[in-house]
Design a protein around this ligand. Sequence first.
Ligand code: ATP
Length: 592
Amino acid sequence: MKKRSDLSRLMEYAGGHRVFTYVSWVLSALSALVALVPFLYIWMILRDVLNAAPDYSRAVNIPHYGWMAVLFAALSYLIYVCALLCSHLSAFRVATNLRLAVSEHLARLPLGFTERYGSGKLRKVIQESTGAAETYLAHQLPDQYAAMATPVGLLVLLFVFDWRLGLLSLVPVALGFVIMSAMTGKRMAEKMRQYGNALAAMSGEAVEYVRGIPVVKTFGQSVFSFKKFKATIDEYEKWVIAYTKELRMPMLFYTAAINGVFAFLIAGGLLLTRNGVSPEFLLNLLFYIIITPVISLTLTKIMYMSESKMIVADALSRIDSVLDEAPVSVSEKPQHPKDSSIALHDVRFSYDGRTDVIRGVSMDIRPGQTVALVGPSGGGKSTLASLICRFFDVGSGSICVGGADVRDIPKEELMDTVSFVFQNSRLLKGSILDNVKLGRPDATEAEALSALRAAQCMDIIEKFPDGIHTVIGSKGVYLSGGEQQRIAIARAMLKNASILILDEATAFADPDNEAKVQAALAELAKGKTVVMIAHRLSTVVNADCIYVVQDGRIAEAGTKGDLCARNGLFAKMWQDYQSSVRWKVEKEGPAC
Ligand SMILES: Nc1ncnc2c1ncn2[C@@H]1O[C@H](COP(=O)(O)OP(=O)(O)OP(=O)(O)O)[C@@H](O)[C@H]1O
């Protein structure tokens, strides 16, 4: 299949607005041609002055020529402004549609994609790569057409003035094109891609670094402690130096060509006047000398033209790296959950397609049951929980919710059926009410308030004068981990899904908050099927079934009593937990 050009791909995103792009090219080229006219009038002024000398009063047309020069310069500028207006209309549409396409596609990708791709890199795609496409269409392309029209205008002028001098003045333009094509071959495009990669890596690591600043500060470490960030900076530096060195010679010749138009004209002039100078030839030479800045400007535009083409090609390939990701499949025969049961059948899963982190897990959870996932760190508890919500698709085996395979349940329905309270439930910048209403956007304020009450959040709301309308993250409004957790629980309450997944839901709660979080969770869990991941074994003692997950398998399963009697891994974890609690109580002294 023939590969479409970058431009035709961009035009697809312009929709009906593409016509503005084409109009902008025509106007921009026209403006470049009109911009040559003032030079003609300036030349006429010089001609009249020279012809009239020494009686300058004979040069009566000078004011007329002067005004005409100003008029055409203004006209050229006006046409250029119109060209930019048109190009921007189309460019904004393209950038908006590109951002929408990426964002909409992101919404269809497995949730785990963002984590794997990296938020810094993703930010670069959504903001910078689409921005590069916008700049290309809004400024660089119109300039490119202007740069192409100028040599054509100069060619026409060849016939008006001395064609030999005209040809000489075009030599640097031709040379510029040759050098540029050498500088923009496949190899250079590859270099540009590497440049983009180095920049993306540095930007991604910078985001991680900024996120980790509190840790760096706490431990008094310098930037060097963030080895990865430092490595990406070094890599970028290495790359930039190598690239600059590579471009040294072509740039040298190119700059010489840009600034050497005079040299060509003078050498040519000397050559052509071996047999004497005619006043007519001198006047013609004068014209080409006057127009030299236009030629230099054209060459500069040509230089940026090739660079911008490479930048936009690189930007599009980065956008494609997101758009080419396979979205979560949509079933042709959608199924609907009949109840809130969960069944895993011989589930296997791997993040990288090579090493399984879940290796044949089966579970049967009946509606209304509370089960707990416990086990050593890295055993696969969070992965199992995220598979139930279909953050990722299983490698083999199946997961059913209410008797329907999660891959056959429409995404919205699955999201309505399952609520997930994350380890560190992030609240968005917005009011407490907005954050709670994310659970059910059509809920009334009274419903949101009653969810907040049930989630033990009233003390948080009463703390702030704006109550439920307090904007989180605004000046002076900070919530502790446990407080954030309770707001997130209120959100889940409002959603009222029949299945609840709690991933280390109390991990961030301080002792004061823990009791409140526990009470909120108990309220939330009423009448629901609950899958709970917890390190604090005290929170799982009442579970209907405890699954001990180790190395991606279920090592043991049963009630607390069963598992303690078995004297296996859970019994050992329970003993360790008991002694840590005892140690804590002894250390803190007897409770009063
Ligand atoms: N996004 C990811 N990409 C690649 N590997 C991952 C990813 N998330 C987890 N893993 C790996 O999968 C395995 C299981 O991790 P998981 O987080 O499910 O364990 P866990 O039992 O929940 O651990 P913890 O109790 O420490 O939270 C680990 O080896 C982990 O390194």
